[in-house]
Ligand binder design. Structure first.
Ligand SMILES: *Cc1c(COP(=O)(O)O)cnc(C)c1O
Length: 366
């Protein structure tokens, strides 16, 4: 078959090991998964209730325009319904944007390391990928600007950045946006927006209104705790949304996801509670790392990148065998680190106890 050359060397996304598989392999009865930045407290009870009471026919296609969710979200964000696009997760919107703008002869600019799907989709579309190294975990926006030329169709900005948890200050981002050419679409991926507590963080929706070439991506997979339903959205100028819409699959947001997302949006008290608990959990990690001389990146997300100064796979394996699934930094571009999702207080203390054992075993060995 005549496959696109671009996909021949691509590997499929490697999901973390499933809980069932780890239980069987290591004979454990309790597993704590802190690997994919899911909400350890689940979703709002209201969203759960909506799913349980869902009574529309499964034989019918979902509303392809997500009318009710669109209206609810437009109201909440104070944007027009026509300034929104929905996706089967924000991953799907990353794919739609890439498909709409990237092709051979054009390029796309992004940080490295950052969220893997930007590059993955760009490679599939045959575009040149220009990766600009982070500086101390932060986007180097000045060098990213220098990498933009008249063939740059997309620049990706991930803030808070996955896997570092770093964010961009409002003044820095605005100064960047003022200098990006209008022909280049800036994708501002804010998957962790709801977790941010930094005072000098920007209002992305306001920036999307002010700069016609900005689209903001958000998701119900992280703080809203609905990752399994697959629903994310983009907020941008009407002209951008209108251009993207024909590229979107007609029924890419399922009925359960649309209904649950509306209920989840309604329950902002739950979101606020999760945000507070995340900061308390983050403090547990900061304190532990400070006490044990482990370097880490201060994080505005619900995850933390910790440097163990040994191969991240080794730490990963040690924790896995003791019932904790985390992400090795090896595949994330930080080979001596692991990325840990902040869990409940109990999950965090359990994990930190095992990490302490790991550190002690190393000290004993050396
Ligand atoms: C998790 C994540 C996404 C994708 O989330 P969806 O589940 O597809 O909505 C997008 N961007 C970043 C940076 C993420 O961490």
């Amino acid at each position: 078959m005549r496959w696109k050359d671009e996909i021949l060397n691509l590997t499929p996304y490697q999901p973390g090991k499933s809980i069932g598989a780890v239980k069987r392999q290591y004979g454990l009865d309790k597993i704590v998964k802190l690997a994919s930045n899911e909400n350890p407290f689940g979703c709002s009870k209201e969203a759960l209730k909506t799913i349980r009471e869902f009574d529309r026919s499964l034989a019918l296609y979902p509303d392809g325009y997500a009318t009710d969710l669109r209206e609810a979200l437009a109201k909440k964000l104070d944007v027009k319904p026509t300034e929104l696009i929905f996706g089967n997760g924000s991953d799907n919107i990353i794919q739609i944007i890439s498909r709409a703008l990237l092709r051979p002869g054009y390029n796309t600019v992004m940080a490295v390391p950052t969220f893997s799907q930007y590059k993955h989709n760009a490679v599939i579309e045959g575009a040149e990928v220009r990766e600009i190294p982070l500086i101390d975990g932060e986007h180097d926006l000045e060098d990213m600007l220098k990498a933009i030329d008249d063939k740059t169709n997309i620049v990706w900005v991930c803030s808070p950045n996955n896997p570092t948890g770093t964010y961009i200050k409002e003044s820095t981002l605005v100064s960047f946006l003022e200098r990006v050419p209008l022909e280049t679409l800036v994708v501002l991926d804010e998957a962790y927006y709801e977790y941010v507590v930094a005072e000098d963080y920007y209002d992305a929706i306001e920036l999307a209104k002010r700069f016609e070439n900005v689209i903001v991506l958000r998701t119900f997979s992280k703080i809203y705790g609905l990752a399994s339903l697959r629903i994310g959205y983009g907020v941008g100028h009407e002209t951008v949304i209108r251009a993207l819409e024909p590229v979107r699959e007609p029924f890419n947001a399922n009925s359960f996801a649309q209904a649950a997302a509306i209920s989840a949006l309604d329950d902002q008290r739950y979101v606020e509670a999760c945000k507070q608990k995340n900061r308390a959990g983050m403090a547990q990690f900061y304190q532990f790392c400070d006490e044990n001389n482990l370097a880490y990146m201060p994080s505005q997300g619900n995850f933390i990148l910790i440097d163990f100064k040994v191969n991240g796979n080794e730490v990963f394996q040690y924790l896995l065998e003791r019932g904790y699934i985390v992400r090795s930094g090896v595949a994330l571009g930080f080979p001596t680190c692991v990325r840990v999702t902040v869990g409940s207080e109990e999950e965090n203390s359990g994990l930190l106890t095992v990490i302490k054992e790991f550190i002690s075993s190393k000290e004993f060995a050396s």
